[in-house]
Ligand binder design. Structure first.
Ligand SMILES: NC(=O)c1ccc[n+]([C@@H]2O[C@H](COP(=O)([O-])OP(=O)(O)OC[C@H]3O[C@@H](n4cnc5c(N)ncnc54)[C@H](OP(=O)(O)O)[C@@H]3O)[C@@H](O)[C@H]2O)c1
Length: 334
């Protein structure tokens, strides 16, 4: 697998988003399936594994710790803090809470290290900027964790170029992780260029559009009741049906390029800049192999132009987040 630079690390050009094994798109997978998926990714040359305190309220970090501990020196481990499950009402039920206070981040890091069964996390992101805490305070606390040797570098997720600059002035940011794909172009407004200018790697999450760009997800009414796509305007029945009209032409471009639709989406990202590292997520071994093979797909300029014209902010119907989720991010939006 070709390599890309992530701060002081060289990582596989395509990393693995591990969230899907424990969180977001239906029930968590069985432990054996998660183990097989993680080890297959490692064997296939993946050296960037992406998790978070939030995913499965700790279960995803625990899975990674259990399975990948014996191989810890073979990969770059990225996790996230600042958004986690909290028993707010004291009834044993965890709810998702954004909390970027320094004392919370320090405690979360201790918990992450324990679950991940490691002495140090290579890249620790602030999962969401807690707007009630100045970004400098949260990032300053993460810088302190680097100085103490608990983490090796600091990342941010879903922030604007302005917030990235403020944070970077407080403590050098290694990576910015934000949604980016053909159908979510917000990063093109400012943060991609700002990352390039500051030497910050850009980690593209949801690179296959949470399934849309794989061409197989036709019937959104069949999604699990607790699948988070049910909360996303773009996946509501009418907008999704409108977006499906983009697919026949997209599938033709994939066929002409000699790759699958999922590979086309990932290859498009790899061609958008050397500082871009996509992290597709999957629960399925054959999807994993397919996604990783995107590293071998070459797209010519004419194909890139066709894709840009076909699927972009003007042709996709529906916003990526609902009002609540939108209020929690700090990104520039079209
Ligand atoms: N920082 C943040 O706030 C944030 C937010 C969301 C995600 N993330 C990270 O980004 C990672 C990836 O994002 P994501 O999972 O949301 O979106 P994604 O990678 O764009 O899409 C995942 C979906 O696509 C399907 N899929 C993947 N490859 C496929 C293929 N070759 N053929 C058919 N279907 C395929 C998966 O189903 P199968 O399981 O059936 O393959 C899954 O439903 C996550 O795991 C997480 O680590 C970060």
């Amino acid at each position: 697998m070709q390599q890309r630079t992530l701060g002081s690390f060289q990582v596989s050009a395509i990393g693995l988003g591990c969230m899907n094994l424990s969180h977001a798109y239906g029930a968590p997978v069985a432990a054996e399936q998660g183990e097989r998926l993680l080890l297959s990714a490692l064997d296939a040359g993946v050296t960037l594994f992406d998790t978070a305190t939030l995913y499965g309220f700790g279960a995803n970090e625990s899975l990674i710790g259990k399975v990948l501990k014996p191989h810890r020196n073979r990969f770059t481990l990225a996790s996230k803090c600042g958004m986690q499950g909290v028993d707010v009402k004291g009834d044993g039920k965890l709810v998702r809470v954004i909390d970027g206070r320094p004392q919370t981040l320090r405690k979360t890091c201790e918990d992450s290290l324990r679950r991940l069964q490691t002495d140090v996390i290579d890249l620790y992101y602030l999962h969401r900027w807690d707007k009630s805490v100045p970004i400098e305070e949260s990032v300053g606390a993460l810088g302190e964790l680097v100085r103490k040797g608990h983490i090796r570098s600091v990342g941010l997720s879903e922030v604007s170029a302005e917030t990235l600059r403020k944070a970077h002035a407080e403590y050098p940011i290694t990576a910015l992780q934000t949604e980016y794909s053909l159908w979510t172009r917000n990063a093109e407004i400012a943060v991609l260029d700002t990352c390039n200018e500051l030497g910050v790697a850009f980690v593209a999450f949801s690179p296959v559009g949470r399934g849309f760009l794989c061409g197989q997800l036709q019937d959104v009414s069949a999604l699990d009741a607790n699948d988070i796509r049910r909360t996303m305007p773009r996946f509501a029945a009418q907008p999704y049906a409108a977006n499906l009209r983009l697919l026949p032409a997209y599938l033709q471009i994939a066929e002409a390029a000699g790759c699958t639709p999922a590979q086309l989406a990932i290859a498009w990202l790899l061609h958008r800049g050397d500082h871009i590292i996509p992290i597709p997520g999957t629960t399925n071994l054959s999807h994993l192999a397919e996604d990783l093979d995107a590293a071998h797909v070459t797209l010519d300029v004419a194909t890139m132009e066709k894709l840009d014209a076909l699927i972009n902010q003007n042709t996709v119907i529906g916003s990526r987040y609902n009002a609540q989720s939108n209020s929690e991010v700090d990104t520039e939006e079209f």
